[in-house]
Design a binder for this molecule. Structure first.
Ligand SMILES: [Ca+2]
Ligand SMILES: [Ca+2]
Ligand SMILES: [Ca+2]
Ligand SMILES: [Ca+2]
Length: 398
């Protein structure tokens, strides 16, 4: 039974305003964005109050489903495109229609249940079905692909799926980009390092449709579309892994691959440094847990001049953390204690690390841009003491 059934007078008012509100609903949504919206978590609270989480409930009280919607209101806000009655629709469909009711009638349509859930104050979009169109350069990674000893940058232009190489000038700035691949819109999770052990940096990437992990062997020269050779499959089931980062965690001179799984476990895949195909990477070992909330993993090199490479990542509060590799692949002790080395990094994205200016100290590059927009590309030179000197702008429209 709903804990909060509405009175009949309230019912009549709800039905009457529904029809009037319908015409304005679209206008209101368009002009105010997500001003009238709520997250799934908030809708869950409303449903807990209204129906004790029973999204298929029909007690005969004329209110239906998890959010106890009147049939007239359901019809007025287009619910019939999903089901004849609210309780016959899925939870997601009920929430989508409830979003329209919220936009048209406000949180008061759910009375005290809406107030208790904070429905009027949430403003999140429960199902962002139209994510912002991809813009700028994405999947950035760095290594010396041109064979001149200077770290270069590689990334995919999201609008075109073109793979570009930005040759490093050795001082943190980048030369004119060169097109080195096409059709990369279907690839993601790029990580550059010499996986094949021939002294030339290669590119690893996951094919979105199959989850296969491929290595594109580097030629060691800037050869336009011939910079990378024919790809070789080195893994499968990588679709659910994220934040692939090349880092030699066991200090054997062979780059290893780090990645986070959907459960928040951080894994290290030791590079075999010379094997090909499916034995390019050895058996993985879990080296961390609770990484669900960490993003923007990058391997800048040695940040604090202790001779070991470091891993960095950003937490939801915008703190930038340094995780020192101990030099041995030793399960949960592979990484040492982390240090907080920056704040405000939640406004940055596409973090990519390397010693871009060749002074032996690890550096970072990152894009600062509002969601859905291109922005400015910055170089953060490492100071060798765990921090960074003043950033310099090295690109626009990223
Ligand atoms: Ca180079
Ligand atoms: Ca190689
Ligand atoms: Ca290694
Ligand atoms: Ca440096």
């Amino acid at each position: 039974m709903p804990r909060n059934p509405r009175t009949s007078s309230r019912t009549a008012r709800t039905a009457a305003t529904a029809a009037i509100a319908l015409a304005g609903a679209t206008l209101s949504l368009a002009s105010t964005g997500s001003a009238h919206a709520a997250s799934v978590a908030t809708w869950d609270k409303v449903a807990h109050c209204e129906s004790t989480d029973n999204w298929q409930i029909n007690t005969g009280n004329r209110y239906y489903g998890g959010l106890q919607i009147l049939l007239s209101t359901w019809n007025a806000f287009g619910g019939r495109e999903y089901a004849s009655y609210p309780h016959q629709a899925t939870k997601q469909q009920q929430i989508i229609v409830a979003e329209r009711i919220l936009a048209g009638q406000g949180a008061g349509a759910w009375g005290s249940c809406g107030a208790e859930a904070g429905l009027a104050d949430d403003h999140a979009t429960p199902y962002p079905t139209t994510p912002p169109a991809p813009v700028g350069m994405v999947h950035l990674t760095a290594a010396d692909l041109t064979g001149d000893g200077k770290k270069d940058l590689v990334g995919v232009e999201s609008a075109t799926g073109t793979l570009y190489l930005y040759p490093g000038n050795g001082d943190g700035t980048l030369g004119d980009r060169v097109r080195i691949g096409s059709g990369w819109g279907g690839m993601s999770k790029l990580a550059a390092a010499d996986f094949t052990g021939d002294g030339r940096a290669d590119l690893a990437a996951v094919e979105n449709t199959t989850g296969n992990l491929y290595v594109y062997p580097g030629s060691g020269t800037a050869g336009g579309m011939n910079t990378l050779g024919a790809r070789v499959r080195i893994g499968s089931g990588w679709g659910a892994m994220r934040d692939l980062t090349a880092l030699d965690v066991n200090k054997d001179g062979r780059p290893d691959l780090l990645a986070i799984d959907s459960g928040g476990a951080l894994w290290a895949y030791p590079g075999s440094g010379g094997a090909a195909g499916m034995s390019t990477l050895g058996d993985r070992a879990q080296i961390g847990s609770g990484w669900n909330a960490m993003t923007e993993l990058a391997a800048p090199g040695d940040l604090n001049s202790d001779g070991t490479a470091d891993l960095v990542a950003v937490d939801p509060s915008g703190s930038l953390w340094k995780y020192p590799a101990t030099g041995s692949l030793n399960g949960m002790n592979t990484l040492g204690d982390r240090d907080r080395i920056g704040s405000g990094w939640d406004s940055m994205r596409q973090l990519v690390g390397a010693d871009f200016n060749g002074d032996g100290k690890g550096d970072l590059d990152a894009v600062q841009a509002p969601t859905g927009s291109t922005g400015t590309f910055y170089f953060y030179p490492g100071n060798g003491d765990g921090g960074f000197a003043d950033r310099t702008r090295i690109g626009n429209g990223w």
